[in-house]
Each structure stands twice: as structure tokens, then as C-alpha cells.
Write a protein that binds this ligand. Sequence first.
Ligand SMILES: [Zn+2]
Length: 474
Amino acid sequence: MFEVVIGLEVHVQLNTKTKLFCSCPTSFNHKQNTNTCPTCLALPGALPVLNKEVLHKSVMLGTAIGATVNRTSYFDRKSYFYPDSPSAYQITQLYTPVVEYGTLQIDFEDGSHKIIRVNRAHIEADAGKNIHDGDISKVDLNRAGTPLLEIVSEPDMRSADEAILYVKKLHSIVRYLDISDANMQEGSFRVDVNVSIRPKGDEKLYTRVEIKNINSFRFIQKAIEIEVSRQTEAWEDGVYDEEISQETRLFDQAKQETRSMRGKEEAADYRYFPEPDLLKVVVDDAMFKKYSQIPELPDEKRERFVTEYGMNEYNAGVITSSLEMAHYFEAMMAEGITAKNATTWLTVELQGRLSGGLSIENAPVDAKTLGTLVKRIEDQTISGKAAKEVLDYLMDNDTDVDGVIEKLGLKQVSDTGAIEKMVDEILAANPDKVEQYRGGKDKLFGFFVGQTMKASKGSANPQTVNEILKSKLS
Ligand SMILES: [Zn+2]
């Protein structure tokens, strides 16, 4: 039996207005190579100056994961030659990163938890982009010099599922802190996975393979599963040493395989040395006090939802996994409804109706409207079934819940007199069935309920119908 060993490196693009070492804007929707200056183009004589906002956001992350924030850290030069890096080196933090030794808790569906250690988080500059267009390759340097925070875990994860839980938790923390838009498709939250296997019980780490730049949760899961089975097969076939080497591989989603990209460089290949153009990075007491102020985090919010709204851990975890969803939920709760209904109508009914890239933030039905709709179920104005119809209508047309209920004629009839009248008519129209029921054919009760609901066009309060039928038939 084998054990899977996974460590993750996540590159988070920080959402600062300007780049790491110059005042160029960080937005990418501009014409190629226009958001550049002598510093990020690495022209001779241009000197980098650290953007304090980057330090601020890095300290926030460090605080959120309970890490040590190094009051003094340093930048280093990592040499590599690639067309999208005009300086032929990257400025990063190798020897003393700004953040070290944190932890992140992952939560399993059964309510248990596991702590994953975070080794470090360091600041570095992103490269530009190569654009391959037929036979021609072009370079766009708008992204060159944008700030990244690379967050490196210890190899503490033992399955693809644990890795996904870690990535999702980190993603959610970053969004809560609002230090990055963390958009995976657009590359502002990039995940590299280090995978190895070992016989169960073995403490030693075997050859690790790095799979780079995977841009969705689903692909991370798939890439790990595929790589684990490649390594396991090689081991079982007795060719592990020949076939598995320390290298960087790419996940090919179309072919469902990982394939070799390049041999993994050793640190020595990069000729790291302390960056001579930058001063040491100091976080003094006043800065630390200011930078370590952070908002409520997902775990705290979950616990608060459990105590404040009486939710179970799992539902509270689902809702608080996304900040947008948590905000939406709390705005619904302000309408004075139960957490159980708010959860269902948000996660099942509303989310089930969102498609084509629509997310909670830009849902056509806002939280107050959906909360009001749920309120109308709870005060028995409409049935749950009718509420679904109202929601369908609200999605395309309207925002006035009570107006739509009126317009669609879905108001539930709880008026006993009106229901009694309908029941009398139905019983009178079906004397044979009434006789059979009274003779012991209990199943016919459903028939009477169905007929009454039909007569009321679905608007009768089912509970009232049941009560009246029971008393009339007994
Ligand atoms: Zn610049």
C-alpha cells in the first residue's frame, strides 16, 4: 500500500493598484506593453522601490494563518533567462521571507479537521507574458513586475481531496482579506502541486514531481490523481527509478495526462544572491500594528453562524466558504427568516438558477428580495411550490415579491371557510369514494387531498386541507 505526499505552492497576485517596484498600473486590459516604465522594463540605471501596500497585504496573510511575520526580511535575485523577463532575473525572497511558519486548518465533511503547516510566504515579482501566434512569438510586459505572494505549504497532505480542501480554504482566506481577486481562470491564483508516493509507514520522502500552473479546483484534483497512478504503476512495475525523476510536468487536460516539461532545476542553477538594488524590508511596530488588522475570517464566521443562527457546522461551512455567499446569507437573515430555509433557498434554489457565469454578486435577485420570498413561505402566504414559481419570475422580470405573488395569483388560501367549501363540493361529487374510504380504504385520503389542491389551483394551504378533510371524513 502506498501513501500519497502532497505539498502545494500557490502564487497569489496581490490586488495593489501599482506594481511591486514601480508606479505602473497593475491592470492588464490595456494595450500590450503600455503599462511599463524603465523599472519594469529593466532599463539600465532604473532602480526598484518597494510598494508598501504589498508589504501590508503580505502581513495580513501572515496574521491570518497565525504565522511569524519577520520584522526584517530581504530580497534576493533569482537568475534565469526567459524572454518574458527583461532583467533576466526575478526579484524574490529566498533566504528570509516576510512570512514563515503558519498553519491552515482544513475541514472534512464528517466534521473533523486537520492542520496543514505553511512553511513560508514570500514576495516576488511576476514575469510578463509570451504570446505565441503561429510562427511568431511576442512578449507583453504589462504583467512584468506585478506583485505576487507565493505561499508554500509543507508536504502535509495525503490525498487529492485534502489538497483541494487546502486550496479552497486558502482561496477563501485570500478573498476574505481582499488581498487578491484570486481569479483562477485569469491567473491571479496559480497552483503548483508537488506529488510523491511512498510505502505506507515509510517516513522518507521519495522523488517529487511538480505539476505547474493548474487553473481550476477540478483540474488540481484530476492532475494529482493521474500523477499518483503514474508513479504507483511505475513502482509496481519495478521501473520507479528509471521513470520517475525530479522534474516539472504539465497537466494536459485534453489528453488527461501529465507530461514532462523540463528537469527540475536545483537552487544552485538559479545563482541566487542578495538583491543589491533594494534595502532590507522592515516592518516596524507602528506598521505591524496597522498591517495586522484583519477582518473576520472564514473559520470564525463559520463558528459565529453556528452559535448565532443555530446552523450545523457543515452548512455554516458551505455558506462561509465564499465571502459573497456569506454576505448574501446574512442579508437574507435580516428579513427575520430561519437559517434552514435561508440556506436551502440560497444554495439550492438560487444557485441552481444561476448559470452562464452568473455568480451570487451579480444574481438578478438580491438578498433582500429572496429573504422576503422565504418570509412569505414562513408566514404561509404562499406554498414552497408556489415560491419556486415566484422565484422563476423574479429571475427574469421583477423585484417586488408581493406584487408578483398577487400578479401570478399564487396567494395561499388558509381561510378555512373557503377550503371547507371546496372540500364539501369534492366529497359531494365522489360519494362512492367517500364510502370506500370510510370502509377502510385509507389510501383514498391522498385522492381527496389531490382533488382539493387541484380545485384551489394549488393555492390551498396543504396543512389546512389535511385537517379539514380528516374532520369531515371521520
Ligand atoms: Zn513600471
